[in-house]
Design a protein around this ligand. Structure first.
Ligand code: ADP
Ligand code: MG
Length: 176
């Protein structure tokens, strides 16, 4: 059974009474324990879609938005002597605090250097291994390569889906 399923999802914003189609007939399923990436140009509707996924079926799904960018910054600011591994454990503890079945992450590596970005992605990978579904919004193909499926959005529509042959190796380095 799917963890979440949307069919023909439409979202409009109105400017002076004129609707602008932000999401148009989007169909999307996320399976239990899946790692999905949503890619697309700026303005294609990625964040809007992720927000809506976060609002659906609240009773059934415990949602958790991972604000790892903020967390990493804070860690760096307050305790610059924490090792990468310690930072990773703190980030994971935070993400797991509500034991979410689905983790929604909107560009979590966007402003990070490659080392911090690697820690964030390793954390998401570990959480996915532990049984959490992950929906990741990113415009970076090396970040999306952690997913088993990539959904490409264009102008609010699913342009195509890409199944990844295999997941990233345990040892593979995160290279920005
Ligand atoms: N509150 C809003 N009012 C009107 N337009 C919005 C609003 N939020 C987002 N948009 C528009 O919706 C489109 C999709 O935005 P968004 O989902 O943030 O895209 P992405 O995350 O892919 O960059 C953009 O054209 C953006 O300008
Ligand atoms: Mg966005």
């Amino acid at each position: 059974m799917s963890l979440i399923e949307v069919e023909r999802l439409n979202k409009n914003y109105f400017t002076d009474g004129v609707p602008t189609g932000i999401l148009r007939d989007v169909n999307l399923k996320v399976e239990e324990n899946e790692f999905v990436a949503i890619m697309g140009p700026s303005g294609s509707g990625k964040s809007t879609l992720l927000h809506i996924l976060g609002f659906l079926e609240r009773k059934k799904i415990i949602e958790e938005t991972v604000e790892m960018v903020g967390l990493e910054r804070r860690l760096h600011y307050e305790t610059s002597k924490l090792s990468g591994g310690e930072k990773q454990r703190v980030a994971m503890a935070r993400a797991l605090v509500n034991n979410p079945r689905m983790i929604l992450a909107d560009e979590p590596t966007g402003n990070l250097d490659s080392q911090s970005g690697g820690i964030v992605m390793d954390t998401l990978k570990q959480l996915n291994k532990k049984g959490h579904a992950v929906v990741l919004v990113t415009h970076e193909s090396y970040t999306a390569s952690y997913a088993s499926r990539i959904i490409h959005l264009l102008d609010g529509q699913v342009e195509r889906e890409e199944l990844m042959a295999r997941r990233i190796d345990e040892e593979k380095m995160f290279i920005k």
